[in-house]
Design a protein around this ligand. Sequence first.
Ligand code: UDX
Length: 449
Amino acid sequence: MDVTIVGCGYVGLVTGTCLASIGHTVRGVEKDTKKLKTLLDGHCPIFEPGLQELMQENYSSGQLQFTDNIKAAVKDAEVIFLCVGTPPKPDGTVDMSFLESAAKEVCDALAQQNNEYMATLVVKSTVPAGTNRKLYNFLKQQTSAYVQVVSNPEFLREGSAVKDCLEPDRIVIGGESPEAFRMMRRLYDPLIKREENFMTMAWESAELTKYAANAMLAARISFMNEMTILCEGYGADIEDIRKGIGSDGRIGPAFLRAGCGYGGSCFPKDVAALEHISKAVGHDNLFVNAIQTVNKNQKRRFVEKIEQKLGRPIAGAKIAVWGLAFKADTDDIRESAALDVIRYLLDKGAKVKATDPKAMENMKQVFKDEVEWSADPVSCANGTDAVALLTDWPQYTTLPFRKIAATMNSPIIFDGRNCLHRDVMRETGFQYYPMGRPVVENTLRLKRA
Ligand code: UDX
């Protein structure tokens, strides 16, 4: 099929590349000249495992093309994806201006061409309930083009976006037009393994499904993070509780990992938006308020723990921060726990050294010379009073800890992701503070003393 993707950001690029790889002809429209040049040079502007290779393969075969000419790009398009940003406004509501202007531009281009066939406009961007219906009514008034609007929320995770896109556990389509539903069914056909995984529903249901999914996942994390306080109070282990409840088929094991709070471009934004969507129908949503409060508190609690357990005043202490990305396998620092934790540490007068395998350049834009930057975790820990681990990069679990301990002023690790092995910490002489788990005492140091 002929597909146009308006907006080659994270979602647009992944979606377009994956659709090209299953045989569709995809044209990506990008207005940002710098990003467009990168794409036209055959480079992927973001770090996402597997994307660069798949993009290049389809770009060189001509299956995937890029342009800034929206008019030419929608000319023969049967399906047009709107993948522009819907960022939060300062008051937490959603900024719809990019989506509205992109939709208008597409329809103007379609109307000028007097196409007789129906184009399906697909809203991939996460938008508040009611938006697709409003957009459809707006377009009906604005244009004579024959368009249908469907909502098709994306459930991609950064770091595994290509896999998530090519092996979706469900495809949700919201709308009112059976013709548009059929078009979407045809588009996604190679990816549909079981018919029940292709779901059609009302626009509003599809829109709310996206918010509900992210809020539910964020709620699980916040619930577990709140439980860490009880674990620390009573000497229980949050990891045992995770296994204990995760084995219940009704609960399941995913998204129950405690730590210093969730981040990223979706959970914080979507949970905050749900609060406002609730207010818009006169409801103060206590549940989503609690999810956010716990998440905020958890980062502060992490820093307070450092302050209490450091064994010296935090002002003037040197803290090594391992991990700046909001999670492993990405260079994305949006709403990353590291943003808050580093700020709190600096405010308390600590000196911060920081490292990350992928996200350091992005974080340098934020903290500039307020932070000392290190190329790797070993040099980062050198001469510091403690390590604060904030991203669960797998390579952090296999470091030469004994060697690292020997270079630190005091071998202490505060594990904000509960990803290090307790036995390794014990054997290598670290004082180890995970979240909601019993502390590993530095017995080697005691023995030496
Ligand atoms: C999320 C949703 O998973 C995805 O479906 C949606 O389309 C976009 O938002 P993403 O933001 O890529 O994806 O990250 P995800 O893997 O869900 O992790 C989000 C945050 O939660 C990260 O900061 C991660 O460290 C944290 N997390 C995740 C936990 O703290 N504990 C967990 O058990 C899982």
